[in-house]
Design a protein around this ligand. Structure first.
Ligand code: DGJ
Length: 567
């Protein structure tokens, strides 16, 4: 009798195992997402083709089975294709070495059901400069997993980047997390992983423990000197000799980057998904002295240090909450480098919605406003100034962002491909500029804001204008945007361009004097349509009032395919 039940158990186990294997075999393993560089431009390849991440990041405490429904509903409203969600170390490893995959598996399953991709954020050793997501068993053992100490020897609310046990624990946990993703996600729902969150330290420039002090007084590693192009008389300068007033910030960046780089490398070794680290920024135009911004993170002044010390990170990405348009655009420029694809993992502020287009103009692989779900985080109340009062309308924060994604969503793959091929330009309104020229070889696209029917452009009352133009063939363009006018002018050669008489944004036929002869723009065919599965579906032809003063875009999502000629 005993023997029969044992046989039965073995049989059941065998059947169950073969079922699991069969199920796995049914899910076709897709290619691992990767960053690709061609002709100086980057793309994020997902399913082996350029992918534009129309993203949104949830509130910090929203990745719990009980809150997920409030995430998916918001994502549907926003029309995103990717959700950025934290994974909490404290939840993942409640007891040392025991990993709890339930939340990750729930997120994977529900993301698939909602046809969404994921960027998972590893809230590990650092979260906004602190160690708040370390599991309890670490928090309760500060001698083993130490905090940094300030100049007075007091513990600060930031983990030590020299703590070998913390590094080991984070590497182990992150590796377990990545290993699990590798087996649990053959569909590649997860397309990228953020390592830590805004690593660095607030309130003190660096660690002042004896370990840190010894390192600070030692010579700067040669690779750092080279990366930062430091020239000193001393062949092996100290941090102070090499970097003067920025010495402590550079030293802390090196320390933090080294730690994060090792966590990233360990995870990447088991599953090579694209990895990135995000930065709490310093003011890009008027950077204050060290101490006025988070120290040690990948701020613009230490990007080269992070690049050389943490090569396992594909991207260093800015969290942009700047309200000054010039500062916002400067950040985009600073993080769009030959060694760094532009990716905006967090941003905010309704006035900044238009900069999604500026990011596209710099070949951004993705863009993601922060705090986009219906959980009613305390932050919502603070932002709306009604902390104690009634909650703001549910979609107040989401609506402006949704507008961008509803327009670009149906042609996301085309946009990603055109951008990777270098055929796309996109801009946003930057007062006091009211018109802008986008050069496309023989044609210039001229974008203007606040242009009346046949008058000069004066700028929109609120700077909400944004435009995107992509060259499909020599004389055919994809044109779209909001609150702007787009027209085209024959460009001529460089020499001719300099001697042209040009009046833009007036509603006159844009013309150029080329080889002594006036050439005038002529619309052959302006087609309104929509993209679906890579095909442009014709809706109607624009002519007459719709084209006589250029191509005007308002609040509606409109896409035009424009064929041009001259006469
Ligand atoms: C930036 C952080 O990276 C986010 O996790 C979040 O704390 C926001 N700041 C808050 O607005």
């Amino acid at each position: 009798m005993k023997c029969t039940s044992a046989v039965l158990v073995v049989l059941v186990a065998l059947v169950a195992t073969s079922l699991v294997i069969a199920l796995h075999a049914q899910v076709q393993e897709r290619p691992i997402p990767r960053i690709v560089k061609k002709d100086g431009r980057f793309a994020l390849f997902v399913d082996d083709a350029p992918y534009l991440m129309l993203g949104a990041q949830v509130h910090n405490s929203s990745t719990w089975p009980a809150t997920l429904s409030k995430v998916w509903a918001a994502m549907e409203y926003l029309n995103v294709n990717t959700v950025e969600m934290p994974i909490y170390w404290e939840q993942f490893e409640p007891r040392q070495g025991q990993y709890d995959y339930t939340t990750i598996d729930t997120v994977l399953e529900q993301a698939r059901q909602h046809h969404l991709r994921l960027v998972l954020l590893w809230f590990g050793t650092w979260k906004n400069g602190s160690q708040h997501y370390m599991p309890e068993w670490m928090k309760l053992a500060p001698d083993r997993y130490p905090h940094m100490v300030d100049k007075n020897g007091q513990a600060v609310d930031s983990p030590s980047p020299y703590a070998a046990a913390s590094l080991e624990a984070d590497k182990n946990a992150f590796t377990a997390f990545m290993r699990h993703l590798k087996t649990a996600d053959p569909e590649r729902s997860v397309i990228m992983v953020q390592v830590e969150n805004e690593a660095g330290t607030w309130g003190t420039l660096r660690d002042y423990s004896s370990t840190a002090q010894k390192l600070f007084e030692a010579p700067v590693p040669r690779e750092v000197l080279n990366a930062m192009h430091v020239k000193t008389t001393s062949p092996s300068p100290s941090w102070l000799e090499a970097f003067g007033s920025e010495a402590e910030v550079c030293f802390h960046a090196w320390s933090v980057a080294k730690y994060v780089g090792q966590v990233a490398a360990a995870g990447r070794a088991v599953y090579p998904l694209p990895l990135y680290a995000n930065a709490a920024l310093r003011d890009p135009l008027k950077p204050g002295a060290p101490g006025s911004y988070e120290s040690g993170g990948p701020t613009d002044n230490v990007l080269a240090i992070w690049k050389v010390v943490a090569p396992a990170l594909d991207i260093l990405a800015p969290d942009i909450y700047q309200n000054d348009p010039a500062a916002y655009l400067k950040v985009l420029e600073l993080y769009h480098r030959d060694d760094n694809p532009l990716f905006v993992p967090e941003t905010g502020g309704a006035a900044n919605v238009r900069f999604f287009f500026s990011a596209l103009g710099l070949q951004a692989i993705g863009f993601s406003p922060f705090g986009m779900d219906y959980t009613r985080s305390r932050m919502d109340y603070m932002r709306s100034g009604s902390e104690a009062g009634t909650p703001p309308p549910r979609d107040e924060f989401l609506a402006p962002w949704a507008m961008n994604y509803r327009l670009i969503g149906p042609m996301q793959r085309e946009i990603a491909e055109l951008n990777f091929e270098g055929k796309l330009k996109a801009v946003a309104e930057e007062p006091p500029k009211v018109t802008e020229t986008l050069p496309f070889g023989d044609w210039n696209a001229v974008v203007s804001y606040g242009a009346t029917r046949n008058g000069q452009a004066v700028g929109n009352a609120e700077p909400t204008g944004r435009a995107l133009v992509a060259r499909l063939t020599d004389n055919q363009f994809l044109v779209t945007g909001f609150f702007c006018r787009v027209d085209f002018r024959p460009a001529g050669t460089e020499q001719q361009r300099r001697s042209q008489r040009i009046v833009d944004g007036t509603g006159q036929i844009p013309s150029a004097l080329i080889d002594g002869k006036w050439q005038h723009r002529q619309f052959l065919r302006v087609e309104e349509g929509t993209y679906e599965n890579g095909v442009f579906n014709f809706v109607r032809i624009w002519n007459g009032d719709e084209t006589d003063w250029g191509l005007n875009f308002g609040a509606e999502p409109v896409v035009l395919r424009v064929s041009l000629a001259t006469y």
